[in-house]
Design a protein around this ligand. Structure first.
Ligand SMILES: C[S@@+](CC[C@H](N)C(=O)[O-])C[C@H]1O[C@@H](n2cnc3c(N)ncnc32)[C@H](O)[C@@H]1O
Length: 265
C-alpha cells in the first residue's frame, strides 16, 4: 500500500489525522499534505512541537524497558500510532522474547500499516478499536488471545488521552481499564499540557482535525492515575522521567506530562 494519493477504504485524507500529524512531526513518511500543513502550523504556534513528540517517544521507549525490567510480560498499547522504529514489541522482545503486545488504534490507516509491520508473530497483534468504549477492548477476542487479564499487564496510554474530551469522561475510561487489570499491573501515561506555554494555537490546529486537542493541567492529569500508585519521579515533563542520558536543552519547555504507576490493590 502506498500513501501517494491512492484512496484507501475508510481513510479520510481531507482532514489532518492525529497519527499522521504525529508521524510527520517525528520525521516519518506516512502522512498526507493536510497532515504536513497541520504539522507546520503546529510548529509555528508551538516551536518546540518536534522536540516534544521526540521526548514523548523517548519516554515511551524508556517506559517499555522499565516495565519489562519489572517482569511484565504483557503490554496493551492503546493509541499506537503509525509504526515508528523501534516499536514497543521490538524493544520489549529484545529484552524478553516472551513479551506479548496488543496494539490498538481507532485509525484505519494505523491498522493497515500495523497489519504489515506490527503483527509478524503470534505474540503481537493490532486491533482497530476505540479507547472511548473501553469495555469493547477488554472483551475483544484478539486482545483476549494476546492478553491474559489474570496476569500483570502494562497498559500504555501514551499521547492519546488528550484526544478524549471531558464529555467523554477520560477518568471513567481509565477506571474501566484499571478495573479489568490485576494487581501488579502498570499504567504508562503521557498527556499534552498547556502548563508551560500558551497552547491555544495548538488547540486551534486540531479543531480542523479528526480529533480535538484537550490540554490538561497537572492536577487534571494526576486524576487520571486514580487507583494507581505513581512511581518515582511522579508525574513530570517527559524528558525528566528517569532519563538515561543528560536531558537536552529546552526540556523544561516540553508540553507533555509523563508518568508510570502501579496497581497495588
Ligand atoms: C499522538 S499518536 C501517539 C502514538 C504513540 N502512542 C506514541 O506516543 O508514540 C495518538 C494515537 O492515538 C490514536 N487515537 C486517538 N484517539 C483514539 C481513540 N479514541 N481510540 C483509539 N486510538 C485513538 C490516534 O489514531 C493516534 O494513532
Amino acid at each position: 500500500m502506498t500513501l501517494d494519493g491512492e484512496s484507501i477504504a475508510g481513510i479520510d485524507t481531507s482532514k489532518p489525522h492525529p497519527a499522521r500529524v504525529y508521524d510527520y512531526l517525528l520525521g516519518g513518511k506516512d502522512n498526507y499534505a493536510v497532515d504536513q500543513e497541520a504539522g507546520e502550523e503546529l510548529v509555528a504556534v508551538a516551536p518546540e512541537a518536534r522536540k516534544g513528540v521526540r521526548a514523548n517517544r523517548a519516554f515511551l521507549e524508556r517506559a517499555v524497558r522499565f516495565v519489562v525490567s519489572q517482569d511484565v510480560r504483557q503490554i496493551l498499547d492503546v493509541g499506537t500510532g503509525l509504526p515508528t522504529s523501534p516499536n514497543i514489541h521490538e524493544i520489549a522482545q529484545s529484552i524478553n522474547p516472551d513479551v506479548r503486545v496488543a496494539y490498538i488504534d481507532n485509525d484505519p490507516i494505523v491498522k493497515a500499516h500495523g497489519d504489515a509491520l506490527l503483527s509478524r508473530s503470534g505474540d503481537t497483534g493490532i486491533v482497530l478499536a476505540d479507547l472511548r468504549t473501553p469495555q469493547d477492548l477488554v472483551h475483544h477476542p484478539e486482545i483476549r488471545r494476546l492478553i491474559d487479564f489474570d496476569e500483570p499487564v502494562a497498559l500504555f496510554l501514551v499521547a492519546i488521552l488528550h484526544f478524549v474530551t471531558e464529555a467523554e469522561q477520560p477518568e471513567r475510561i481509565v477506571a474501566t481499564l484499571r478495573d479489568a487489570l490485576p494487581t501488579g499491573s502498570y499504567l504508562v501515561l503521557s498527556h499534552a499540557t498547556g502548563d508551560f506555554a500558551d497552547r491555544r494555537g495548538a488547540r486551534a490546529v486540531y479543531d480542523k482535525a479528526t480529533a480535538t486537542l484537550n490540554l490538561r493541567t497537572r492536577s487534571e492529569v494526576e486524576r487520571l492515575f486514580e487507583g494507581f500508585t505513581l512511581l518515582a519521579p511522579g508525574l513530570v515533563q517527559a524528558p525528566f522521567w528517569r532519563p538515561d542520558a543528560p536531558t537536552p536543552a529546552g526540556s523544561s519547555d516540553i508540553g507533555f506530562y509523563a508518568g508510570v504507576a502501579r496497581k497495588d490493590a
